[in-house]
Design a protein around this ligand. Sequence first.
Ligand SMILES: *Cc1c(COP(=O)(O)O)cnc(C)c1O
Length: 378
Amino acid sequence: MSAHRIPVMVPHLGEEEAQAAAEAVRSGWVAQGPRVARFEQEFASLVGADHGVAVSSCTAALHLALVLLDVRPGDEVIVPSFSFIATANAVRYVGATPVFADVDLATGNVTVQTVDAVRTPRTRAVIAVHQGGVPFDVAALRDAAARWGVPLVEDAACAAGSTAYGRPVGAGATVAAWSFHPRKLLTTGEGGMLTVDDPQWAARLRRLREHGMNVSAADRHRSAQPVLESYLETAFNYRMTDIQAAVGLVQLGRLTDLVAQRRALAARYHELLADVDGLVPVRDPAHGETNYQAFWVRIDREYGTDRDEVLAELAAAGVSARRGIMAAHLEPAYADMTPPPLPVTERLTRDSLILPLHHALTESDQDHVVGVLRKLAA
Ligand SMILES: *Cc1c(COP(=O)(O)O)cnc(C)c1O
């Protein structure tokens, strides 16, 4: 029995972040300003995109992506049910209908086949998720979406530091949405980002996050001459603050180490659990590398103990694990929908759980977690 509780996730926040936030406060410029602009540039270049537009959350980013693509009531948007509920909710924010696609058992991601199976003439967009950091097959899905003439939005909330075909997952995306919630690898407290390559799209997204103004409040403030702004369309206040961006700029410098550390710990989990029948940990797909933002394991029948009992036993042993990724179609908020059959989604959400994996996890913590799992195996 370990002396302390082992958390499932701990954000990496240090003295540098505290100082950066304090500097932003002392500068007197706390709303969206120069630090946000720098954070956008540095983040976009890190994930392989030309432009970054910082917003208040990934949920806001997904919403703006659909506004940008002019998705409207009556339109259908294909999304995985197997995702945090924000992915499906964004579709409802623009009055469109989410249509759930099933996922692949190994990666938890939608595929060309699962999306194609629910495509209709009303499909106006697809949101594919790099679930838990595991990259979906970007070559296959981006090609298929282009062939279908349907824009592909990438929910990359969990995927900073993941790669596909040797490049960061943001490279080559039409539009990608990222999260800086403390549950993700990089955090700004709350926060999100959109990345795009098209400069006109970037300009429109900047306007959409700031009330539809043709000139940002920051630019207006900096100008020596009075600038009369105008409001070109009805939009939103989805801005990030300069305090958040100051923290984010420090966090960016940690990403490479955070990912390397997680991948090393994940490899150790793989080794220690390799001979346990019926326990299937997530791993890299053939086409890329995950950042292991979530280390989930599937509990198959041969294991002998079901998922909820494993969670209870881990909790009793001081290990804070979590149920696996949720399925939106099983939540009361979506009870009014009749989804297509989603057998893999239902199996994964019922049978998977997320194990502790973070920078503060020690090998002895890991041995403790593995010990509980080995003891429970049939
Ligand atoms: C966390 C998450 C979101 C929401 O991110 P916020 O920044 O909290 O709004 C959306 N999609 C996925 C897949 C996520 O994991």
